[in-house]
Design a binder for this molecule. Structure first.
Ligand code: ATP
Ligand code: MG
Length: 217
């Protein structure tokens, strides 16, 4: 069976002034694949993820996402593509501080299409947080906040999940919960790209790539 290429990156570079954050990257990611990205601090991992998530644009090179050449589409279409296809998880959770767990997830629905409270509750239940729906982020532990983020990233059923050190702020028990959640998502057929410093986490990926000074090894 020929696997579908969800992501195809060719000769991609990103410069910040004189800094070559990404230097001539070539990368294909297949649908349903779990890819881990490792590499030292400053090697370009987050820069790559920002480009993959359409939050930033390359200085040169090509990025094709699900058959669409990102260079050739309008900003509006890009925003649409991001909403439809991509879920994002960050190390710093980026939850809205004055919205409770349920509302944080529902906000994501609101920006995508329409709000469905029952769906949002179900997603929080899935990550083991049905007893914390009305807690504000500062009333949640780090692991619980990260699980709200995961629920938020999944609520619109994205095909591609991008995670930038999702367990960087978590203790071992919560890291394990996040890992189990990622494994479940992989089994459901999601494509996962995970940045991590932790080889114990990377070993569950189908493939690991390493960045060094903006170059893929
Ligand atoms: N907005 C920016 N302006 C200028 N330089 C930047 C910018 N963003 C990143 N850089 C530089 O690009 C390089 C790659 O940064 P990046 O954040 O991608 O590294 P990283 O691999 O994610 O590191 P870490 O593991 O510490 O998160 C670094 O040298 C960084 O200083
Ligand atoms: Mg980073």
């Amino acid at each position: 069976m020929k696997m579908k290429e969800l992501i195809k990156i060719t000769n991609l570079s990103k410069n910040f002034g004189k800094v070559k954050a990404l230097n001539n990257i070539n990368l294909n990611v297949y649908q349903g694949e779990w890819l881990a990205i490792m590499g030292p601090s400053g090697s370009g991992k987050s820069t790559l993820l920002n480009i993959l998530s359409l939050m930033d644009t390359p200085s040169s090179g090509q990025y094709i996402l699900d058959g669409q050449n990102l260079e050739q589409i309008q900003e509006e279409q890009k925003i649409q593509l991001r909403r439809e296809k991509i879920g994002l998880i960050f190390q710093q959770f980026h939850l809205i501080p004055y919205l409770n767990a349920l509302e944080n997830v529902m906000l994501s629905q609101y920006y995508h299409s329409c709000v469905d409270e029952e769906d949002a509750k179900m997603m929080l239940e899935k990550v083991g947080l049905s007893h914390r729906l009305d807690h504000l982020p500062n009333q949640l532990s780090g692991g619980e906040q990260q699980r709200v983020c995961i629920a938020r990233s999944l609520i619109n059923n994205p095909e591609l999940l991008l995670a930038d050190e999702p367990t960087g702020n978590l203790d071992e028990a919560n890291e394990e919960i996040v890992l189990q959640t990622l494994k479940k998502l992989k089994n459901e057929g999601k494509t996962i790209i995970l940045i991590t410093h932790n080889p114990d986490l990377a070993k569950f990926a189908d493939r690991t790539i390493c960045l060094h000074h903006g170059v893929l090894k």
